[in-house]
Structures are given as C-alpha cells and as structure tokens.
Design a protein around this ligand. Structure first.
Ligand code: CMC
Length: 426
C-alpha cells in the first residue's frame, strides 16, 4: 500500500497520501483535507508548505547543497557559463554546441530595446531606485511586444526577448541615470561581455574586457540563477497562475526581489559594512544590536529560511572575492570588515544557536564593487541572474497538468456579523 499518514479528529480517521521526491524529501498531500474534514492548514510564511512539485532545483538546507537540474552549483560555477546555465534551467538539459550557438544567435537577435523606451527612462525622477524602474519597464515590454500567435512562439520568443533585453535595459538605465549616451549591444560579444560593455564603454574611454571580470560576472549570475520556491519565484508563480503574460509575472518577481530581506540584502550588506567603517570599524556593537530583540536591526547577509549551514553560494562568492580582488590588485577595506564580522558572528552563541551563517549576499557586493557596479544596481544584478530561474519556474507551472490558480485561504478573526449604522447615528 502506498505510504500515507493518518489524522484523527473526533474519533474519525482520514488518510492522506505521502509524496516522496527524487532526493527522498517527503510531503503530506493535503489537497483533499478541506473537502474531507472542513479543515485548512495554517503556515505563516509557508515555512512548511510545498506549493508545487518541481524538476528544476534541489536544495538541502541542512547539508548546504544546491543543484540545478541535478548538477551541483559548484561544478556549474567552475566549468559552465551563465548562458549555458540559462539554457540548462529553461530546457532541462545541457545544450549541444549547435544548440548553444543557436541560442546565442537568438539572444543577439533580440538584444535591442525599442527606441521609444528610452524616453521612459529619461522621465523617471533622478532619485528613482533602479529596481522600481526595471520592474516597470519589464511590465511595459508587453505594450511594445504584443502577444504572439502560438503558445510555443510566445514561450520561445518572449523568453528569449526577456533574457536578452533585460541586460540592455539594465545597462541603459545606468547610462541614462548618469546622463551618458546609451551603448548598444554588439553581436560579437558574449552574454556577460556585452553587458559589461554596455555598462562601462564610453566614447572617451573604450571598455577593455578583462577575463577575470567576465568570469566573475558569469559566476555571480550562475550562483543567482535559481533557488527553487523563494519569495520572488513564488511571486512569479502566483501572479503567473492567474494566466497573466510573462512580462507581468516577471515584473512582480522583480518587485518581490527588491526587499532587503530578499535580493535587496546585497545592497544592504554594503551599506551595513560602510556604516560599521564610518563608526570606527568596531564590530561588536553591531553584533549586539543584531542580537537585541528590542532592536529591529539584523545582520544583513546572514541567515536563510532553508540553509541552516553555510550557504554553498556564499562559499563560492567568498572565494571569488579574494580571487578577483587579487587579480585586479584592489584592496577593498570592506572585505576586511566583512571577514572580521563573519569570524566574530560564527563564534557567537546566538548565531551558532540560531544556525545563522553568511548567505549569498554577504560577499557578492564586494565582487560587484570590484567589477565597478554601483551599489544601487546590486539588486538589479541579482534580478538579471534570477531571471532564468523565474522563467523556468513559470514555464513549468504553465505546463503543469494539475495547474490551479494560486489562492490560499485564511482563518478569519475579525468581528462577527455587525449591522451597518448610518453616519448620523454613530
Ligand atoms: N540577524 C540577526 N538575527 C537573525 C537574522 C539576522 N540576519 N536572521 C534571522 N535571525 C533570527 C531571528 O531574529 C529569529 O530569532 P528568534 O527565533 O530568537 O526570534 C531567528 O533568527 C529566525 O529568524 P526568522 O526571521 O524567523 O527566519 P526566516 O527564515 O523567516 O528569515 C531571513 C530568513 C533571510 C529573512 C532572515 O535570516 C534575515 O532577515 N536575514 C537578513 C537579510 C538577508 O540577508 N536576506 C538575504 C537572504 S539570501 C538571498 C535570498 O535568496 O533572498
């Protein structure tokens, strides 16, 4: 007999099937619970709730494991490129040489952004955060690139458009925010090279591509490419479940990622390290603040809902911090502060007892600074990296034969039926 759990209420027993994943993870399928018992489940923050069955990414938070389509992220960071990882996530397998070449051609073909979009960028107030701009502009793409004829076309072309244009749009917003001339994509450059060139090339100082910088950017984006059902991915799936177009669903994901508890943490880490430095470099007061329950301050770049050990992405990122800074001969004082902070926190009973370790955002900002990315663009860099994850999760949900619109329930605790009182009698 298939594995099941039994719940008993008021002497009546109900059986609920157990679902087992390919890595032995177990779930109780409660899809018939309400119909059979009248009960719903309550799980704030969905900490114990599986929202879908997925073939894309596997994480083991206790052991610090992350794999895309079965391949360990450490191997992808070492040997793959971001473009190849994107293909893997979206298509479910590594590409052949021909498939990768074809994918490159498609990405090049769709890399330009409609010229009329420039005027939108020019009209955002100067102080606008690039994440707000990116989310709005991605949503606006539907107006410029209307729906295609078939679902297959819609999936293939829209997906490639987004993957390619997001780089152009991010670089464009940076150039316009500085009052500089926009640099267009060049077909002779690879995915990451093109982005760097669009960001940093100027007519007076042509951008010189450095192999270590290009590799570091590939690694940064590979490490961010997917992370199963996190806050922004769940937003994409939930918004997408209403059968909205892909641009709108991704725009919702970008908005969700912006938060400092999620992707916005990479910017917040650098701001925190700067504040520590400006306050004389003493770390203990910040550790004490983070431990104080009456103080909302948290150590940014520390802790994770799933990882209860060192985030495997943070390990790779830390290695790349040292490598890149050495290669570029950069001495970043924030790296010393970060390392000292990590050392103190990892020896502190509070962080040990709460299983709080550095996450991907702790060292990523220092890599981005070395590349030359301004701090307010850090979360945009995360968004470009996470885009293939959002797209593959959206695509999987579109293909799911058991698809349902996302619609959680609640337990109501407000007033019971209350009669309306006319305004003159209140
Ligand atoms: N500093 C101090 N205490 C912390 C921290 C932190 N960074 N993170 C969690 N805690 C404490 C928290 O106060 C709570 O303590 P207690 O049980 O005594 O009340 C306990 O640890 C559990 O925290 P939680 O908020 O219930 O855990 P969560 O799983 O809901 O939150 C998190 C996960 C990432 C939002 C949280 O760890 C956090 O706020 N970290 C800082 C922000 C950050 O770095 N975010 C990036 C996450 S990785 C990138 C991504 O994928 O989004």
């Amino acid at each position: 007999m298939a594995e099941h759990v039994t719940i008993t209420y008021n002497g009546t027993a109900f059986e609920l099937p157990v679902i087992t994943g390919s890595e032995g993870e177990k779930a109780i399928d409660i899809s018939t619970l309400r119909q059979n018992t009248g009960f719903i489940t309550l799980d704030p923050g969905y900490a114990n709730t599986g929202s879908c069955i997925s073939d894309i990414t596997f994480m083991d938070g206790e052991k610090g494991v992350l794999r895309y389509r079965g391949i360990p992220v450490e191997q992808l960071a070492e040997y793959s490129s971001f473009k190849e990882t994107v293909y893997l996530l979206i298509n479910g397998k590594l590409p052949t040489t021909d498939e990768l070449n074809e994918f490159s051609i498609l990405l090049n073909d769709h890399s330009l952004v409609h010229e009329d979009m420039k005027s939108f960028y020019q009209n955002f107030p100067r102080a606008s955060h690039p994440m707000g701009i990116l989310s709005s502009m991605v949503n606006a793409l539907r107006s410029f690139y209307p729906e295609l004829q078939t679902l297959e076309e819609e999936i293939n072309i829209t997906v490639t458009r987004l993957l390619s244009k997001i780089r152009t749009m991010a670089a464009m917003s940076y150039k316009i925010s500085r009052g500089h001339q926009v640099v267009y994509p060049r077909s002779g450059l690879l995915y990451c090279e093109n982005f760097l060139n669009m960001m940093f090339h100027t007519p007076v100082r042509p951008y010189k591509l450095d192999r270590a910088v290009v590799k570091a950017l590939n690694v940064f984006w590979i490490l961010h490419a997917d992370h199963e059902q996190n806050c922004s991915t769940s937003a994409v799936r939930l918004v997408g479940s209403g059968r909205v177009n892909l641009f709108a669903a991704i725009s919702a994901g970008i908005a969700a990622l912006w938060g400092p508890l999620h992707g916005g943490a990479n910017q917040a880490v650098i701001e925190m390290l700067n504040t520590i430095t400006e306050n004389g470099g003493r770390i203990q007061p910040f550790i004490d603040k983070a431990k104080d329950k009456n103080d909302p301050f948290r150590l940014m770049g520390f802790g994770h809902r799933v990882y209860k050990t060192y985030d495997p992405r943070a390990k790779i990122m830390k290695k790349w911090c040292d490598k890149l800074l050495a290669k570029l001969n950069i001495k970043d004082p924030l790296l010393d502060v970060a390392k000292e902070l990590e050392e103190i926190a990892l020896k502190d009973d509070y962080f040990i007892d709460h299983h709080l370790y550095p996450n991907v955002d702790f060292y990523s900002g220092i890599v981005l600074r070395a590349i030359g990315i301004p701090t307010n663009m850090f979360t945009v860099m995360f968004a470009i990296g996470r885009l293939p994850g959002w797209i593959s999760q959206w695509k999987e949900s579109m293909d799911d034969p058991n698809w349902k619109i996302g619609r959680p329930r609640q337990i109501y605790t407000g007033p019971n039926k209350t009669d309306y009182i006319p305004i003159n009698k209140r």
